[in-house]
Design a binder for this molecule. Structure first.
Ligand SMILES: [Fe+2]
Ligand SMILES: [Fe+2]
Length: 276
């Protein structure tokens, strides 16, 4: 790790190195080392020697990436089903590591306060932690990340917003991460009901951290809207229509969403029943 720190010259440089790495131990280590150095105020924001932000993150040969429709849902009552759930979750967390770092690296020249980068590096640090926790759990259950196919929609949804920070925040924290708040509590209940408390405890940690991620997203989304004198809820709806395929899925976890600053005015009118 100390060797690694010498190679991190700037926040953007560290973020790009982590995104490019196809070795997932290295990727998560660089992400966390960069976050710590940045929080300790030991990195500049950019260096002229930073590598370019890649179009796609570095990934190992496995898992095989498939269109979303080909990934089947399985029952939590079987070990196989729980492994499938954890595998899907590991894939989401891995994407979340790269997505948080991509916001930092791609928008490092944006006119935003330094605390913007503090928030997103905290998110990147926690996503790296989540990926490792879920991967450890998969290994304990006799599997590993890469053993099953995974779907490729997440990166694409985010990549489509690469030129617009406000749109990126609408899609990544305020749709994709907020969706996690909706579905995680019932998955936790389901895992406890079948006696898999260890996996449920991992989901609990993720759930608590993810409230913070949505809050970081909502805070900076509102900041950008205020700066441009735009209404946040109306702007969110316009950006979702322009950048996200399909309606938002109810039911929503209104309480957790509101705690994070994402009030129903943002999303209530965008569900399948009202959005034809
Ligand atoms: Fe996460
Ligand atoms: Fe997250």
């Amino acid at each position: 790790m100390s060797e690694l720190r010498h190679d991190i010259e700037s926040l953007r440089g560290g973020a790009v190195r982590a995104i490019r790495s196809a070795d997932l131990d290295e990727k998560t280590e660089i992400a966390q080392a960069t976050a710590k150095l940045w929080q300790a105020r030991r990195l500049s924001l950019r260096s002229p020697r930073d590598l370019a932000v890649p179009d796609r993150p570095g990934r190992p040969d496995k898992p095989l990436l498939t269109p979303p429709t080909q990934v089947k849902k399985r029952s939590l009552h079987t070990l196989h089903g729980r492994i499938a759930l954890l595998h899907a979750l590991a894939h989401i967390e891995l994407n979340a590591v790269d997505l948080a770092l991509d916001i930092v690296a791609r928008f490092a020249s944006e006119r935003v306060p330094h605390s913007f980068f503090d928030g997103w590096m905290q998110v990147a640090f926690e996503e790296a932690k989540h990926f490792r926790m879920v991967r450890d759990r998969l290994q304990t259950l006799g599997s590993d990340y890469g053993a099953l196919p995974a779907h490729d929609g997440l990166w694409q949804a985010a990549h489509d917003t690469r030129n617009d920070l406000t749109a990126r925040l609408a899609v990544v924290p305020l749709i994709l991460e907020a969706r996690g708040l909706d579905v995680t509590p019932s998955l936790q209940v389901g895992l406890r009901a079948v006696g898999d408390t260890e996996s449920a405890d991992v989901l609990k940690v993720i759930y608590e951290d993810e409230k913070g991620h949505v809050a970081v997203g909502a805070k900076w989304f509102r900041f950008l809207c205020a700066r441009e004198r735009k209404d946040p809820a109306a702007t969110f709806q316009a950006l979702v229509r322009a950048n996200f395929r399909g309606p938002l899925k109810a039911p929503f976890n209104d309480v957790a969403r509101a705690e994070a600053g994402l009030t129903p005015a943002f999303y209530r009118s965008m569900t399948a029943s009202t959005n034809h």
